[in-house]
Design a protein around this ligand. Structure first.
Ligand code: ZN
Length: 392
Protein backbone atom coordinates (compact mmCIF):
# COMPACT_ATOMS: atom_id res chain seq x y z
CA UNK A 1 0.00 0.00 0.00
CA UNK A 2 1.45 3.33 -0.97
CA UNK A 3 1.44 5.70 1.97
CA UNK A 4 0.18 9.24 1.78
CA UNK A 5 3.74 10.34 2.37
CA UNK A 6 4.50 9.58 -1.27
CA UNK A 7 2.22 12.33 -2.54
CA UNK A 8 5.06 14.88 -2.86
CA UNK A 9 6.48 12.89 -5.78
CA UNK A 10 3.45 14.02 -7.70
CA UNK A 11 4.39 17.62 -7.13
CA UNK A 12 7.94 16.81 -8.17
CA UNK A 13 6.92 15.79 -11.65
CA UNK A 14 4.58 18.73 -11.82
CA UNK A 15 7.26 21.22 -10.87
CA UNK A 16 9.70 19.84 -13.39
CA UNK A 17 7.10 20.07 -16.11
CA UNK A 18 6.45 23.69 -15.25
CA UNK A 19 10.16 24.39 -15.34
CA UNK A 20 10.42 23.72 -19.07
CA UNK A 21 10.78 26.86 -21.10
CA UNK A 22 8.35 27.68 -23.87
CA UNK A 23 9.48 26.31 -27.23
CA UNK A 24 10.60 28.48 -30.10
CA UNK A 25 8.25 28.36 -33.07
CA UNK A 26 8.70 25.96 -35.98
CA UNK A 27 11.57 23.89 -34.66
CA UNK A 28 13.57 21.70 -37.03
CA UNK A 29 14.05 17.96 -36.46
CA UNK A 30 16.91 16.91 -34.16
CA UNK A 31 20.35 16.45 -35.72
CA UNK A 32 23.35 14.76 -34.13
CA UNK A 33 25.78 17.59 -34.84
CA UNK A 34 28.44 18.84 -32.48
CA UNK A 35 29.52 22.47 -32.42
CA UNK A 36 31.71 24.91 -30.53
CA UNK A 37 29.49 27.89 -29.67
CA UNK A 38 30.49 31.30 -28.34
CA UNK A 39 27.66 32.42 -26.06
CA UNK A 40 27.17 35.86 -24.55
CA UNK A 41 24.27 36.58 -22.23
CA UNK A 42 23.51 38.40 -18.97
CA UNK A 43 25.84 36.07 -17.07
CA UNK A 44 28.81 36.90 -19.33
CA UNK A 45 30.70 35.11 -22.11
CA UNK A 46 31.44 31.39 -22.40
CA UNK A 47 32.64 28.96 -25.00
CA UNK A 48 30.78 25.63 -25.01
CA UNK A 49 30.93 22.41 -26.97
CA UNK A 50 27.63 20.57 -27.30
CA UNK A 51 25.39 18.52 -29.56
CA UNK A 52 22.77 20.48 -31.50
CA UNK A 53 19.35 18.88 -30.98
CA UNK A 54 17.00 21.48 -32.43
CA UNK A 55 17.60 24.62 -34.45
CA UNK A 56 14.68 27.03 -34.51
CA UNK A 57 13.85 29.19 -37.49
CA UNK A 58 14.80 32.27 -35.47
CA UNK A 59 18.32 30.85 -34.90
CA UNK A 60 17.73 29.71 -31.31
CA UNK A 61 19.20 26.35 -30.35
CA UNK A 62 18.43 23.43 -28.06
CA UNK A 63 21.77 21.85 -27.19
CA UNK A 64 22.86 18.84 -25.12
CA UNK A 65 25.96 19.23 -22.97
CA UNK A 66 28.34 16.35 -22.26
CA UNK A 67 26.87 15.98 -18.75
CA UNK A 68 23.48 15.29 -20.47
CA UNK A 69 22.01 18.71 -19.62
CA UNK A 70 19.77 20.34 -22.21
CA UNK A 71 20.04 24.10 -22.63
CA UNK A 72 17.99 26.51 -24.69
CA UNK A 73 20.12 29.22 -26.28
CA UNK A 74 18.17 32.27 -27.47
CA UNK A 75 19.35 33.54 -30.89
CA UNK A 76 20.61 36.84 -29.45
CA UNK A 77 22.99 34.96 -27.10
CA UNK A 78 24.80 33.11 -29.92
CA UNK A 79 27.87 34.94 -31.23
CA UNK A 80 29.66 32.31 -33.33
CA UNK A 81 29.17 28.64 -34.21
CA UNK A 82 31.78 26.19 -35.46
CA UNK A 83 31.22 22.50 -36.36
CA UNK A 84 33.54 20.06 -34.55
CA UNK A 85 34.12 16.30 -34.64
CA UNK A 86 31.47 14.35 -32.71
CA UNK A 87 34.17 11.95 -31.46
CA UNK A 88 35.63 14.80 -29.38
CA UNK A 89 32.98 14.20 -26.73
CA UNK A 90 34.25 12.27 -23.69
CA UNK A 91 31.18 10.61 -22.15
CA UNK A 92 32.78 7.81 -20.10
CA UNK A 93 31.09 7.23 -16.72
CA UNK A 94 34.24 8.42 -14.92
CA UNK A 95 34.38 11.72 -16.83
CA UNK A 96 30.62 12.16 -16.49
CA UNK A 97 30.85 11.61 -12.72
CA UNK A 98 33.68 14.12 -12.31
CA UNK A 99 31.73 16.74 -14.31
CA UNK A 100 28.64 16.28 -12.16
CA UNK A 101 30.43 16.22 -8.80
CA UNK A 102 32.24 19.43 -9.78
CA UNK A 103 28.85 21.15 -10.04
CA UNK A 104 27.46 19.74 -6.77
CA UNK A 105 28.09 21.07 -3.26
CA UNK A 106 31.25 19.69 -1.56
CA UNK A 107 31.29 16.20 -0.01
CA UNK A 108 29.91 13.99 -2.80
CA UNK A 109 31.25 10.51 -3.47
CA UNK A 110 30.47 8.44 -6.60
CA UNK A 111 29.18 4.91 -7.13
CA UNK A 112 29.25 3.60 -10.70
CA UNK A 113 27.07 0.59 -11.54
CA UNK A 114 26.30 -1.09 -14.84
CA UNK A 115 23.78 1.55 -15.94
CA UNK A 116 24.03 4.36 -13.37
CA UNK A 117 26.34 7.00 -11.98
CA UNK A 118 25.19 7.69 -8.43
CA UNK A 119 26.54 10.74 -6.62
CA UNK A 120 25.87 10.60 -2.89
CA UNK A 121 26.60 12.07 0.51
CA UNK A 122 24.90 9.13 2.27
CA UNK A 123 26.88 6.01 3.22
CA UNK A 124 28.13 3.89 0.33
CA UNK A 125 25.94 1.02 1.66
CA UNK A 126 22.85 3.20 1.37
CA UNK A 127 23.80 4.30 -2.16
CA UNK A 128 24.37 0.64 -3.11
CA UNK A 129 20.93 -0.31 -1.80
CA UNK A 130 19.31 2.42 -3.90
CA UNK A 131 21.41 1.35 -6.90
CA UNK A 132 19.97 -2.16 -6.49
CA UNK A 133 16.46 -0.73 -6.90
CA UNK A 134 17.51 1.27 -9.98
CA UNK A 135 19.22 -1.67 -11.66
CA UNK A 136 16.22 -3.97 -11.03
CA UNK A 137 13.87 -1.32 -12.43
CA UNK A 138 16.16 -0.91 -15.46
CA UNK A 139 15.97 -4.61 -16.32
CA UNK A 140 12.26 -4.92 -15.54
CA UNK A 141 11.43 -1.85 -17.63
CA UNK A 142 13.16 -3.15 -20.77
CA UNK A 143 11.74 -6.68 -20.27
CA UNK A 144 8.22 -5.37 -19.73
CA UNK A 145 8.07 -3.33 -22.95
CA UNK A 146 9.92 -5.95 -24.96
CA UNK A 147 7.40 -8.62 -23.92
CA UNK A 148 4.57 -6.19 -24.66
CA UNK A 149 5.90 -5.81 -28.21
CA UNK A 150 7.40 -2.32 -27.99
CA UNK A 151 11.07 -1.80 -28.71
CA UNK A 152 12.70 0.18 -25.93
CA UNK A 153 16.41 0.92 -26.20
CA UNK A 154 18.96 0.18 -23.55
CA UNK A 155 20.12 3.76 -22.84
CA UNK A 156 23.58 4.25 -24.36
CA UNK A 157 24.72 6.62 -21.61
CA UNK A 158 24.83 6.07 -17.86
CA UNK A 159 21.92 7.64 -16.03
CA UNK A 160 22.67 10.02 -13.19
CA UNK A 161 21.17 9.98 -9.69
CA UNK A 162 22.07 12.44 -6.92
CA UNK A 163 21.30 11.38 -3.33
CA UNK A 164 21.71 13.78 -0.41
CA UNK A 165 22.08 12.37 3.11
CA UNK A 166 20.45 15.38 4.64
CA UNK A 167 17.01 16.83 3.88
CA UNK A 168 17.97 20.46 4.42
CA UNK A 169 20.98 20.19 2.07
CA UNK A 170 18.66 18.55 -0.48
CA UNK A 171 16.08 21.33 -0.13
CA UNK A 172 18.71 24.02 -0.55
CA UNK A 173 19.88 22.34 -3.76
CA UNK A 174 16.40 21.44 -5.05
CA UNK A 175 15.07 24.99 -4.60
CA UNK A 176 17.00 25.90 -7.76
CA UNK A 177 14.83 23.42 -9.73
CA UNK A 178 11.58 23.40 -7.77
CA UNK A 179 11.33 26.81 -6.12
CA UNK A 180 9.11 26.94 -3.05
CA UNK A 181 7.87 23.39 -3.72
CA UNK A 182 11.26 21.94 -2.67
CA UNK A 183 10.08 21.38 0.92
CA UNK A 184 7.13 19.26 -0.30
CA UNK A 185 8.97 17.23 -2.93
CA UNK A 186 11.04 14.25 -1.81
CA UNK A 187 12.55 13.32 -5.16
CA UNK A 188 12.30 14.40 -8.79
CA UNK A 189 13.48 13.71 -12.31
CA UNK A 190 14.48 16.85 -14.14
CA UNK A 191 13.94 16.77 -17.91
CA UNK A 192 16.57 19.43 -18.52
CA UNK A 193 19.37 17.95 -16.39
CA UNK A 194 18.25 14.34 -17.04
CA UNK A 195 18.99 13.60 -13.36
CA UNK A 196 17.08 12.17 -10.45
CA UNK A 197 17.67 14.09 -7.23
CA UNK A 198 16.52 12.83 -3.83
CA UNK A 199 17.65 12.33 -0.23
CA UNK A 200 17.63 9.62 2.45
CA UNK A 201 13.92 9.64 3.30
CA UNK A 202 14.32 6.92 5.90
CA UNK A 203 17.06 8.57 7.95
CA UNK A 204 18.72 5.15 7.89
CA UNK A 205 22.18 6.64 7.84
CA UNK A 206 21.40 8.52 11.04
CA UNK A 207 20.43 5.38 12.98
CA UNK A 208 22.74 4.44 15.85
CA UNK A 209 24.70 1.30 14.97
CA UNK A 210 26.91 -0.88 17.16
CA UNK A 211 30.57 -0.39 16.20
CA UNK A 212 29.40 1.88 13.41
CA UNK A 213 27.97 -1.04 11.39
CA UNK A 214 24.34 -1.63 10.40
CA UNK A 215 22.75 -4.03 12.88
CA UNK A 216 20.94 -6.17 10.30
CA UNK A 217 22.32 -4.80 7.04
CA UNK A 218 21.39 -1.46 5.54
CA UNK A 219 18.56 -3.03 3.47
CA UNK A 220 16.79 -4.32 6.57
CA UNK A 221 17.29 -0.98 8.32
CA UNK A 222 15.70 0.80 5.35
CA UNK A 223 12.79 -1.62 4.99
CA UNK A 224 11.97 -1.42 8.70
CA UNK A 225 11.60 2.37 8.45
CA UNK A 226 8.05 3.81 8.35
CA UNK A 227 9.22 5.83 5.34
CA UNK A 228 10.30 2.73 3.35
CA UNK A 229 7.20 2.56 1.14
CA UNK A 230 7.51 6.24 0.30
CA UNK A 231 11.21 5.88 -0.45
CA UNK A 232 10.73 2.92 -2.78
CA UNK A 233 7.75 4.49 -4.58
CA UNK A 234 9.75 7.69 -5.08
CA UNK A 235 12.87 5.93 -6.38
CA UNK A 236 10.94 3.66 -8.75
CA UNK A 237 8.57 6.39 -9.96
CA UNK A 238 11.37 8.80 -10.85
CA UNK A 239 13.60 6.03 -12.24
CA UNK A 240 10.70 4.99 -14.49
CA UNK A 241 10.48 8.53 -15.87
CA UNK A 242 14.24 8.56 -16.43
CA UNK A 243 14.17 5.18 -18.20
CA UNK A 244 11.20 6.23 -20.35
CA UNK A 245 12.95 9.41 -21.49
CA UNK A 246 16.31 7.69 -22.07
CA UNK A 247 15.06 4.46 -23.63
CA UNK A 248 13.10 6.21 -26.36
CA UNK A 249 9.61 5.64 -24.96
CA UNK A 250 9.40 9.43 -24.79
CA UNK A 251 11.68 12.21 -26.03
CA UNK A 252 12.91 14.77 -23.52
CA UNK A 253 11.05 18.09 -23.98
CA UNK A 254 8.61 16.52 -26.45
CA UNK A 255 4.91 17.23 -25.77
CA UNK A 256 4.25 13.88 -24.08
CA UNK A 257 0.82 14.01 -22.42
CA UNK A 258 1.26 13.80 -18.65
CA UNK A 259 -1.51 11.21 -18.40
CA UNK A 260 0.66 8.73 -20.24
CA UNK A 261 4.06 9.54 -18.65
CA UNK A 262 2.55 9.68 -15.15
CA UNK A 263 0.27 6.72 -15.87
CA UNK A 264 3.32 4.60 -16.69
CA UNK A 265 5.35 5.85 -13.70
CA UNK A 266 2.47 5.17 -11.30
CA UNK A 267 2.05 1.70 -12.81
CA UNK A 268 5.65 0.85 -11.94
CA UNK A 269 6.00 2.56 -8.56
CA UNK A 270 4.06 0.15 -6.31
CA UNK A 271 6.37 -0.89 -3.45
CA UNK A 272 6.35 -4.25 -1.68
CA UNK A 273 8.02 -3.70 1.66
CA UNK A 274 7.15 -7.28 2.64
CA UNK A 275 9.65 -8.61 0.10
CA UNK A 276 13.38 -8.76 0.78
CA UNK A 277 14.17 -6.05 -1.75
CA UNK A 278 11.14 -3.79 -1.30
CA UNK A 279 10.01 -3.95 -4.93
CA UNK A 280 9.18 -7.03 -6.96
CA UNK A 281 8.42 -5.62 -10.35
CA UNK A 282 5.59 -4.41 -12.51
CA UNK A 283 1.90 -5.13 -12.68
CA UNK A 284 0.84 -4.94 -9.03
CA UNK A 285 -2.41 -3.10 -8.38
CA UNK A 286 -1.60 0.37 -7.08
CA UNK A 287 -4.24 0.34 -4.36
CA UNK A 288 -3.75 3.96 -3.31
CA UNK A 289 -4.33 5.21 -6.86
CA UNK A 290 -7.18 2.76 -7.46
CA UNK A 291 -9.01 3.69 -4.25
CA UNK A 292 -8.53 7.38 -4.99
CA UNK A 293 -9.86 7.00 -8.52
CA UNK A 294 -13.02 5.15 -7.47
CA UNK A 295 -13.71 7.64 -4.69
CA UNK A 296 -13.10 10.86 -6.61
CA UNK A 297 -13.77 10.08 -10.27
CA UNK A 298 -16.24 12.34 -12.07
CA UNK A 299 -17.59 11.96 -15.58
CA UNK A 300 -15.37 13.84 -18.01
CA UNK A 301 -12.16 13.37 -16.02
CA UNK A 302 -10.57 11.11 -18.62
CA UNK A 303 -11.14 13.49 -21.51
CA UNK A 304 -9.79 16.33 -19.37
CA UNK A 305 -6.42 14.61 -18.82
CA UNK A 306 -6.19 13.33 -22.40
CA UNK A 307 -6.58 16.75 -24.03
CA UNK A 308 -4.67 18.85 -21.49
CA UNK A 309 -2.14 18.66 -18.62
CA UNK A 310 -3.93 21.42 -16.66
CA UNK A 311 -5.43 19.03 -14.10
CA UNK A 312 -1.93 17.83 -13.13
CA UNK A 313 -0.85 21.42 -12.56
CA UNK A 314 -3.88 22.52 -10.58
CA UNK A 315 -3.15 23.80 -7.08
CA UNK A 316 -5.99 21.60 -5.83
CA UNK A 317 -6.77 18.16 -7.09
CA UNK A 318 -3.62 16.92 -8.88
CA UNK A 319 -4.03 13.62 -7.00
CA UNK A 320 -7.31 13.10 -8.91
CA UNK A 321 -5.44 13.51 -12.19
CA UNK A 322 -2.68 11.08 -11.15
CA UNK A 323 -5.25 8.51 -10.04
CA UNK A 324 -7.15 8.91 -13.32
CA UNK A 325 -3.87 8.57 -15.26
CA UNK A 326 -3.08 5.33 -13.41
CA UNK A 327 -6.61 3.98 -14.01
CA UNK A 328 -6.64 4.85 -17.72
CA UNK A 329 -3.16 3.37 -18.19
CA UNK A 330 -4.12 0.22 -16.30
CA UNK A 331 -7.27 -0.20 -18.40
CA UNK A 332 -5.40 0.42 -21.67
CA UNK A 333 -2.67 -2.04 -20.63
CA UNK A 334 -5.17 -4.75 -19.69
CA UNK A 335 -7.89 -4.29 -22.33
CA UNK A 336 -6.49 -2.18 -25.20
CA UNK A 337 -2.85 -3.21 -25.27
CA UNK A 338 -2.16 -2.99 -29.02
CA UNK A 339 -3.95 0.33 -29.31
CA UNK A 340 -2.04 1.60 -26.28
CA UNK A 341 1.24 0.58 -27.93
CA UNK A 342 0.17 2.43 -31.09
CA UNK A 343 -0.49 5.50 -28.94
CA UNK A 344 2.94 5.18 -27.29
CA UNK A 345 4.63 4.89 -30.70
CA UNK A 346 2.86 8.09 -31.76
CA UNK A 347 4.13 9.86 -28.66
CA UNK A 348 7.66 8.46 -29.00
CA UNK A 349 7.91 10.04 -32.45
CA UNK A 350 7.19 13.57 -31.17
CA UNK A 351 10.33 15.74 -31.42
CA UNK A 352 11.65 17.95 -28.63
CA UNK A 353 9.97 21.37 -28.38
CA UNK A 354 7.00 20.43 -30.58
CA UNK A 355 3.78 21.97 -29.35
CA UNK A 356 0.55 19.95 -29.30
CA UNK A 357 -2.78 21.64 -28.66
CA UNK A 358 -6.03 20.04 -27.47
CA UNK A 359 -7.12 19.13 -30.97
CA UNK A 360 -3.89 17.30 -31.77
CA UNK A 361 -4.00 15.42 -28.46
CA UNK A 362 -7.60 14.38 -29.04
CA UNK A 363 -6.80 13.40 -32.63
CA UNK A 364 -3.82 11.25 -31.47
CA UNK A 365 -6.08 9.48 -28.98
CA UNK A 366 -8.81 8.83 -31.54
CA UNK A 367 -6.27 7.64 -34.11
CA UNK A 368 -4.88 5.02 -31.71
CA UNK A 369 -8.01 3.95 -29.81
CA UNK A 370 -10.69 4.56 -32.49
CA UNK A 371 -12.91 6.35 -29.98
CA UNK A 372 -12.99 9.52 -27.91
CA UNK A 373 -12.00 9.31 -24.22
CA UNK A 374 -15.62 9.75 -23.10
CA UNK A 375 -16.61 6.55 -24.92
CA UNK A 376 -14.10 4.65 -22.80
CA UNK A 377 -15.02 6.17 -19.45
CA UNK A 378 -17.70 3.73 -18.24
CA UNK A 379 -15.54 0.76 -19.20
CA UNK A 380 -12.58 2.15 -17.25
CA UNK A 381 -14.73 2.70 -14.14
CA UNK A 382 -16.19 -0.82 -14.41
CA UNK A 383 -12.73 -2.37 -14.86
CA UNK A 384 -11.37 -0.48 -11.86
CA UNK A 385 -14.32 -1.60 -9.71
CA UNK A 386 -13.52 -5.21 -10.66
CA UNK A 387 -9.85 -4.71 -9.73
CA UNK A 388 -10.92 -3.26 -6.38
CA UNK A 389 -12.96 -6.36 -5.61
CA UNK A 390 -9.87 -8.59 -5.86
CA UNK A 391 -8.52 -9.86 -2.52
CA UNK A 392 -5.66 -7.74 -1.17
ZN1 ZN B 1 5.91 11.51 -12.18
Amino acid sequence: MVSRSTSPILLACLAVALGVAAPPAAAMPPQARRERIDVRDSSGSRLLEAFILVEAVDGGLLVEHDDQRYELLPPESIVTRQPIDTTDADTTPKTLASRIVADLPPGFDVLTTKHYVICFTTSRDYAKWCAGIFERLHGAFINYWSRAGLEVANPDKPMVVVIFADRSDYETYATHDLGAAADRVVGYYNLLSNRITTFDLTGTDLLPRPNGRPSGGVGLDILSSPAAAGLIATLVHEATHQMAFNGGLHQRLAPVPLWVSEGIATSFETPDVGSATGWRGIGAINRARLDHFLKHHRQGDLEAIVVSDDRFRAAEGPLDAYAAAWALTRYCTDARRQQFLDYLRLQAAKPPLADDDRDIRLHDFEQAFHCVPGDMEDKVVEAMARLASRPR
